[in-house]
Design a protein around this ligand. Structure first.
Ligand SMILES: Cc1cc2nc3c(=O)[nH]c(=O)nc-3n(C[C@H](O)[C@H](O)[C@H](O)COP(=O)(O)O)c2cc1C
Length: 220
């Protein structure tokens, strides 16, 4: 009897692992969450940058409010935005790969990140795929970058941010870096998106990097 139970357990674990991992080399997967905070352009730009990298597989999760702000703030349709991603996951699909720690990734960027999403992540309230994927990223000790956008901030917002940082997350508000002397908003958005991807170990061509007063802001 015990032998039958053991064989059953081994067979189940084997099939579960096959379903979850598929034997794919997955170290360069990036999960990108896009929520309904202002700044949809940051998420879209990060997706555009990832789309140019052959060795990165992007996994996109957009909230309902994120769909709204993409329509309001960008000149891109949802079809165009989703077309930039390698894989699109419905935010309600809690069975998708990024919901599991066994789905390996280089990390997750939420750009922009609403206070609603920040709050859910800070409290592990994993009721949708975006928050679950962020929670998994934290528990697996992978980089989680939250481009939180709100102004001004009250103490509750700040406490949520410090809670996420205490858990290992990175809070990266989309604050323009004016030391690069950007010509326009496009450059501001690109620099911020590239810096956020930098934190996931993703190198983006053409990013201005500070090299001291002599070199001024140099491009890679
Ligand atoms: C045009 C617009 C701009 C918004 N800007 C922000 C913002 O900057 N930060 C924020 O936390 N919420 C903002 N919100 C509110 C969020 O969209 C709202 O809290 C929503 O429930 C967030 O849901 P989500 O986290 O599922 O995307 C904005 C809403 C709209 C319509």
């Amino acid at each position: 009897m015990a032998a039958y139970v053991m064989v059953g357990i081994v067979a189940w674990v084997g099939s579960y692992r096959t379903r979850c991992q598929n034997g794919v080399d997955v170290m360069r997967r990036v999960i990108l969450g896009l929520t309904g905070a202002s700044g949809a352009a940051y998420g879209v730009r990060a997706l555009e940058m990832l789309a140019k990298l052959d060795d990165v597989e992007s996994h996109l999760i957009v909230t309902t409010a994120g769909r709204l702000t993409i329509g309001l703030e960008t000149d891109r349709s949802m079809v165009e935005v989703e077309g930039l991603a390698d894989v699109v996951h419905p935010v309600r699909d809690i069975s998708a790969g990024p919901a599991s720690g066994s789905f390996r990734s280089a990390g997750m960027l939420v750009a922009p990140c609403s206070i609603r999403a920040l709050s859910a992540i800070a409290n592990s309230h994993s009721a949708d795929l975006l928050v679950r994927a962020a929670d998994v990223t934290l528990k697996e000790r992978r980089p989680l970058v939250l481009m939180v956008r709100e102004a001004p901030l009250h103490l509750g917002h700040l406490r949520l941010m410090s809670r996420v940082v205490e858990m290992g997350g990175i809070v990266f508000p989309p604050v323009p870096a004016l030391y690069t002397c950007p010509d326009d908003l496009e450059e501001v958005v690109s620099h911020t998106a590239a810096r956020a991807l930098d934190l996931l170990g993703i190198d983006v061509d053409g990013m201005d990097r500070w090299t001291g007063l002599d070199g001024a802001a140099a491009t890679d």
